[in-house]
Write a protein that binds this ligand. Structure first.
Ligand code: FDP
Length: 319
């Protein structure tokens, strides 16, 4: 029989402070998972009635998940501040000597909340640099101390990295995250592309040509099938396990891309690279982008190396 390894034990091999951070995220995820599981019975579904800093309608569960993340992380001595998709400015805690900032999207996939389809929490952990909060938040993704997400689906699963590979933990009935995969590897190439094809007419031409190439089977003789859930966490999770490519290119409506660099693209790019995959914004590696604003948007192409490298080459050649 294999020995059970809990999330906190797994992280303890790294640093005690990071273990505390993961303990805080796990406590929040447990509470969010429970609320989502019983949402239909507790008046937790539907719109909250306010608009967030992104100009998006907040759902009740967005607000709940945000409050829960801040509540738990504020109790972690090593967390100096949180940055959330739902809040315009960082939330700073009075934790003297704290080393980390946790940057997160508390509940990703808003359009799927009310229809019982997978949603998730995405997080990135940055180290505080000499007490300068703003500069510490706006660090390149290469500097992340850790990253991960929780997908609330048929199982609740946390996928995480502290920079030495990617592991997954499944929430058991007693409320513990138990390791269910200790070395996740993205296949070199996969069977799926994942994108909102309804936007294709407003993508730059290189993206349309790339998609046509996948459909024709011009990339290593393989033709692709399509999968799109519309929750980034869920689409990424499938791409990590099965391989292939997720694309959210620039569109006329979102010329800089729709997804957020700090709390969506950076953590997923770190996970992808740690699992032998890749992530770009088209021409450049996501993890090397220099953030300028907390809520900055980016195009995101993430997945297996072959597909992502082929897209990057197509975009660079089109310039
Ligand atoms: P949503 O707008 O539902 O919150 O982060 C935003 C996000 O979802 C991602 O989860 C998802 O990948 C993407 O946007 C879906 O956008 P489209 O509806 O434009 O396809």
């Amino acid at each position: 029989m294999t020995t059970k390894v809990a999330l906190e034990q797994h992280v303890a091999a790294g640093s005690p402070e990071l273990r505390e951070v993961f303990g805080g995220v796990a406590a929040a995820a447990r509470e969010i998972a429970k609320q989502i599981r019983l949402a239909g019975l507790s008046d937790a579904l539907g719109a909250y009635g306010a608009v967030n800093v992104q100009g998006e309608q907040q759902q009740k569960l967005d607000v709940f998940a945000n409050d829960v993340m801040i509540k738990w992380l504020g109790q972690v001595a090593s967390v100096a501040a949180c940055v959330s998709e739902e809040d315009e400015a960082p939330v700073v805690f009075a934790n003297a000597g704290a080393k980390y900032i946790v940057i997160f999207d508390p509940l990703d996939g808003s359009s799927n909340i009310d229809v019982n389809v997978n949603v998730g929490t995405i997080f990135s952990v940055q180290e505080l640099q000499g007490g300068d909060l703003n500069a510490s938040i706006l660090q390149q993704g290469t500097k992340q101390a850790a990253a991960g997400y929780v997908v609330y689906g048929p199982s609740t699963v946390m996928v995480m990295t502290t920079g030495t590979g990617v592991a997954a933990f499944t929430l058991d009935d007693s409320g513990e995250f138990i390791r269910s995969n200790d070395a996740m590897q993205m296949p070199e190439q996969g069977p799926y592309y994942s994108t909102n094809e309804a936007n294709a007419a407003s993508w730059p031409a290189a993206y349309r040509e790339y998609l046509a190439m996948l459909l024709r089977g011009d990339l290593n003789g393989k033709t692709y099938s399509s999968r799109y859930i519309g929750s980034l966490v869920a689409d990424f999770h499938r791409t990590l396990l099965k391989g292939g490519v997720f694309l959210y290119p620039p569109t006329d409506k979102a010329p800089k891309g729709k997804l957020r660099l700090l709390y969506e693209a950076n953590p997923l790019a770190m996970l992808a690279e740690q699992a032998n995959g890749a992530a770009v914004n088209g021409p450049e590696r996501i993890l090397e982008l220099q953030p300028e604003q907390i809520h900055q948007r980016t195009a995101l192409i993430v997945g297996s190396k072959r597909e992502v490298e082929a897209l990057q080459k197509a975009v660079l050649e089109a310039r």
